[in-house]
Design a protein around this ligand. Structure first.
Ligand code: ZN
Length: 221
């Protein structure tokens, strides 16, 4: 027998909360609304499941190109709305706004509450610098993940410039181009850039919206 599973993807819980409540979903007022919103989405999938006998599940999607497309269409339709359509992208699933300053432990704790509501798939990340000289801190976070959250990963930078041999973080400059901070190389054919964009590590070059989102990310450790 074939088992059909339909993933019902959502993005922008942060933007929706900001739009409706005027605050981030990490505030207590925003949090209450965001949980309510997630339950409404989850209940819709349960209802469809019951009605059709098909396996619907709520999926926290990164929406690789959609996160940009929807933000662009909404901006054309509704104009520039602060923290919603002015950024050039929508935030991945239930995630904390990538620009928001929050430490790794609080981020994971906060996001862990959303994962059980997102039964079709969910992943959380924390952005970390090069941690090779602070393995104890890494271990602490791994233990915290084990005790507190279903699925989480680290994002770190391990880029390489083929022109000068620079090994570290290749940056996005003010013209939204990838540039080696050591030699100024901007030739994408001569650099390797690795960032996590959709649950798996992606190498080299994303659309304009995703590039803006990557540039906006703050560190959590
Ligand atoms: Zn270089």
């Amino acid at each position: 027998m074939d088992i059909q599973l339909y993933h019902f993807g959502y993005i922008g819980v942060y933007e929706t909360t900001k739009l409706i409540k005027g605050v981030s979903h990490t505030t207590s007022q925003g949090h209450e609304f965001a949980i309510k919103l997630m339950n409404a989405l989850k209940n819709a999938t349960l209802k469809w499941k019951k009605e059709t006998g098909l396996g619907f599940a709520l999926y926290g999607t990164p929406a690789e190109s959609l996160c940009y497309r929807f933000a662009r269409i909404d901006k054309e339709k509704f104009g520039t709305i602060e923290d919603v359509t002015d950024k050039g992208y929508y935030t991945n699933s239930y995630h904390v706004d990538v620009r928001e300053k929050i430490d790794a432990f609080n981020k994971l704790k906060f996001e862990s509450e959303f994962q059980p509501l997102s039964g079709g798939g969910a992943i959380s990340y924390v952005e970390v610098p090069n941690m090779k000289n602070n393995l104890e801190a890494m271990e602490e976070v791994v233990k915290f993940i084990y005790d507190n959250i279903q699925y989480a990963e680290f994002n770190t930078k391990s880029d390489f410039c083929q022109v000068c041999g620079f090994d570290g973080e290749i940056v996005i400059n003010k013209d939204m181009e990838w540039e080696c901070p050591n030699c100024g190389n901007k030739d994408k054919g001569k650099m390797n850039v690795v960032r996590r964009t959709c649950g798996y590590l992606g190498e080299n070059f994303w659309n304009a919206g995703k590039t803006k989102e990557i540039k906006s990310r703050v560190l959590h450790l």
